[in-house]
Write a protein that binds this ligand. Structure first.
Ligand SMILES: [Fe+2]
Length: 160
């Protein structure tokens, strides 16, 4: 999971907000590909989990998450291509780890932790992306992830 992304090494103790230097092309591509692999893992995980859900509301929610994750794969692929690069075809290791969790609710809780990682990643990246189209797509992705995390949390709490 090593990347050359200075934003990661910098953590939260670096530059003040608003004083964010743009990521260079290589760092931005590394970040976009890392997110693409994570979203592909989420898309596969939700696709292969939806049939396991007995509860109708949970099934619908997982199906919604699947469509969202597929959508973000498309957004990330378009962003990478806009930078004249070839998108990664890999799937994040998160997929195998999640599918190894037999209990559906435990797996959904694990999914939500992965989604929360995506949110933190986007929050740290966005101030350093000075490319309006990519920024707009990733902002939409951030908002949708926060909403889905809340929905999964609510359903998991209600089901206990
Ligand atoms: Fe995701």
């Amino acid at each position: 999971m090593q990347t050359a992304d200075p934003a990661r090494a910098n953590g939260s103790g670096g530059n003040a907000r608003g004083d964010s230097e743009a990521l260079d092309r290589e760092a931005l591509l590394a970040a976009l590909n890392e997110l693409l692999e994570a979203e592909r893992a989420g898309a596969r995980l939700s696709l292969n989990t939806v049939t396991d859900a007995g509860d109708k509301r949970l099934k619908e929610l997982i199906a919604t998450i699947h469509l969202d994750e597929v959508k973000w794969c498309g957004v990330l692929i378009a962003a990478i291509r806009a930078l004249s690069a070839t998108p990664s075809s890999r799937t994040g290791a998160f997929y195998e780890k999640a599918m190894a969790i037999p209990d559906l609710r435990d797996r959904m809780a694990f999914l939500n932790r992965g989604q929360a990682w995506v949110v933190r990643r986007l929050q740290s990246l966005l101030p350093r992306i000075h490319h309006p189209d990519i920024e707009a797509g990733l902002t939409e992705m951030l908002v949708a992830h926060e909403a889905n995390i809340g929905r999964v949390d609510a359903l998991l709490r209600a089901g206990r």
